[in-house]
Design a binder for this molecule. Structure first.
Ligand SMILES: [Fe+2]
Length: 311
């Protein structure tokens, strides 16, 4: 057990990230995902260096009902994980027995209450310690896929322009199509063959082109509940949780509390810590429930984390 401790001196931004927390009153043991979420919040709170941002990459709830959001809110009241808290919207947050509009209203109401924000859309950005954090979100019901729309895509491009080459961090529940082993890593059976399955969907190529037109972009997704995969999986199967493509870094997070498949470490409780320095960015998998950094999976160059010097 060890507190979150940055790799190097003079960290400029420290972010704790989890995804697919799936707080759910219909879970066989609702207290279980709540325990994992609470552990991650307390782990960030107890960090050896103050965490600037705690954020999720979507599916904070399974079905965005008021009951589930109230349970999530209860967890967030148990700790003060960071100066800032932000919740990316996920497809499960937007699924509700009362329809999409009600689910979106619940997401905005509760994420604003939890985070102390005043967002009126599922997509927004914040600049923390000089670094852009950009959150993408659906604008209509799109099933498992994303639907961002022209206005949001133009805005994404403008936001990345405004970062002006400084490292910028984009959070979207769905990964780009076909990355991180998709579509076969989409579910436990590994039988999906539709190239769009498990990814953004029809807007994937447009999002990829926008990301690649900018320097030092880091894109984070969740959604597939793939366990933590590193360079051995990349060599054997051609995919990893950490991929690089035309200068863009793509990171896919395991589910914090809903079970994982296809991974070299399928434990629950896993997320990542982002550490931004003047000349580099480190992204380090952490088991927030065990209060320990990853030691099981080699991520890059034999090290148990990803590190990239800024161009
Ligand atoms: Fe999920």
């Amino acid at each position: 057990m060890a507190k979150i401790t940055p790799l190097h001196q003079n960290v400029k931004l420290l972010v704790a990230v989890t995804s697919d927390n799936h707080i759910d009153i219909k879970h066989p043991i609702p207290a279980l995902p709540m325990w994992y979420l609470t552990q991650s919040l307390k782990d960030a709170q107890d960090s050896a260096h103050p965490v600037d941002v705690y954020l999720t990459v979507g599916d904070t709830t399974s079905r965005g009902s008021e009951t589930n959001w109230l349970l999530a809110q209860k967890c967030f009241r148990r700790a003060r994980p960071a100066k800032h808290v932000f919740l990316t919207v996920g497809n499960h947050d937007l699924w509700n027995d009362d329809g999409y509009e009600k689910a979106e209203k619940n997401y905005l109401r509760f994420s604003n209450a939890i985070c102390g924000t005043q967002h009126d859309k599922t997509w927004f950005s914040h600049t923390v310690n000089g670094y852009k954090l950009i959150f993408l979100g659906n604008t209509e019901d799109a099933g498992c896929e994303a639907h961002l729309g022209e206005e949001q895509l133009k805005w994404l491009s403008a936001e990345l322009d405004a970062a002006n080459g400084a490292p910028a961090f984009v959070f979207c529940h769905q990964s780009l199509n076909g990355r991180h082993g998709l579509p076969r890593t989409w579910d436990r059976s590994g039988t999906a063959t539709d190239p769009m399955e498990g990814g953004i969907g029809t807007e994937s190529d447009t999002v990829a082109a926008i990301l690649k037109a900018h320097k030092n972009v880091f894109y984070f997704s969740g959604h597939s509940h793939m366990g933590l995969c590193g360079e051995a999986r990349k060599a054997a199967e051609g995919y990893s949780s950490f991929e690089e493509e035309d200068g863009v870094v793509l990171v896919n997070l395991p589910s914090l509390a809903c079970g994982n498949h296809h991974g070299d470490d399928r434990s629950m409780g896993i997320g990542v810590v982002i550490e931004v320095y003047e000349d580099r960015v480190a992204i380090r998998p952490r088991n927030f429930a065990h209060h320990a950094m990853n030691r099981k999976v080699a991520i890059k160059d034999g090290k148990p984390y990803f590190e990239k010097e800024l161009g």
